[in-house]
Design a protein around this ligand. Structure first.
Ligand SMILES: [Zn+2]
Length: 282
């Protein structure tokens, strides 16, 4: 197996993996989406009744959206997650699921209208490093006399349970496209290179050149165009299943590097568990 890393940023990665089966890439894809633990708000407590502010003004704890919708929106805010730091609440050895600093983070939100409540208004109780990674996600608009006082509890979960616990998006792979051009089988200067929707065909020195080949979307537009002109076989376009272009993004809750390392560790554990069980067979 050969791996070429094309691009890794804080929130995305693009790699070329050679010499593997598509099933291998798919195992990583599924694990990135469904099995990677992530922190998200799961329990929201709304203060009911009037809220008196320091200036003596009274606001009603009410928002234009239903509490359920506000709670849902809070749940979807990406929270910084260190998979090494937390344990799932249900199996927390320290508290047995009651909720403790090993398995939960508690946030408070206290805003009075008129204003827009943003994700950045969520204040972690305790360590400030748990502040939401993107502070500008709008939650709800409060009018005059309206207020929101909320305590929210975040815990680890998995993408297979709810999308709010899915740390990665746009996880996918494609076979590495191969575009073979036989300039002898056509009149390259007359070939309409603009048929390519991703613009990777170019007229160069009396020939048709492909650059960059990896951007091909296998639309077969060039093959069809050659056929229409009676230049059968001038283009050979296919995806190579032994070379896989893999890419994904994270929502910011963890870095792309952390996501991959964590995913590989999860897969390793799964397979070694399977191996142990298989060894125990008579
Ligand atoms: Zn706990």
């Amino acid at each position: 197996m050969k791996v070429r890393i094309d691009e890794v940023t804080e929130r995305s990665a693009r790699v070329l993996i050679e010499g593997v089966e598509p099933a291998f890439a798919n195992a990583i894809r599924r694990c990135l989406i469904a099995d990677l633990p992530k922190l998200a708000i799961d329990d929201v407590e709304f203060h009911l009744g009037p809220i008196r502010a320091e200036d003596g003004k009274e606001a009603e704890s009410i928002a234009p959206l239903f509490d359920e919708i506000v709670a849902h929106r809070l749940g979807l805010i990406p929270l910084p997650t260190d998979p090494e730091l937390f344990v799932p609440r249900q199996t927390c050895p320290a508290c047995g699921g009651e909720g403790c600093p090993n398995c939960t983070v508690i946030y408070s939100l206290n805003k009075r209208g008129p204003c827009t409540v943003y994700s950045g208004d969520l204040e972690p109780i305790g360590d400030a490093k748990f502040k939401p990674v993107d502070p500008n996600i709008p939650i709800v608009k409060l009018g005059e006399g309206q207020a929101l006082l909320v305590y929210a509890t975040a815990q680890l979960g998995y993408g297979r349970e709810h999308a709010k616990w899915q740390a990665t998006q746009a996880v996918g792979y494609k076979y590495r496209p191969v575009v073979k051009v036989d300039n002898r089988k056509m009149d390259p200067e007359k070939f309409p290179v603009e048929v390519c929707p991703v613009r990777i065909l170019h007229h160069r020195e009396g020939k048709v050149a492909v650059e960059p080949e990896e951007d091909c979307i296998l639309c077969m537009g060039c093959v069809e165009a050659a056929k229409e002109n009676g230049w059968d076989g001038a283009f050979d376009v296919y995806g190579d299943p032994a070379r896989i272009l893999f890419h994904f993004e994270t929502d910011g809750s963890m870095s792309a590097k952390t996501a991959v390392l964590e995913t590989l560790a999860i897969l390793e554990t799964k397979f070694s568990t399977l191996a142990d069980q298989a060894t125990a067979l008579e």
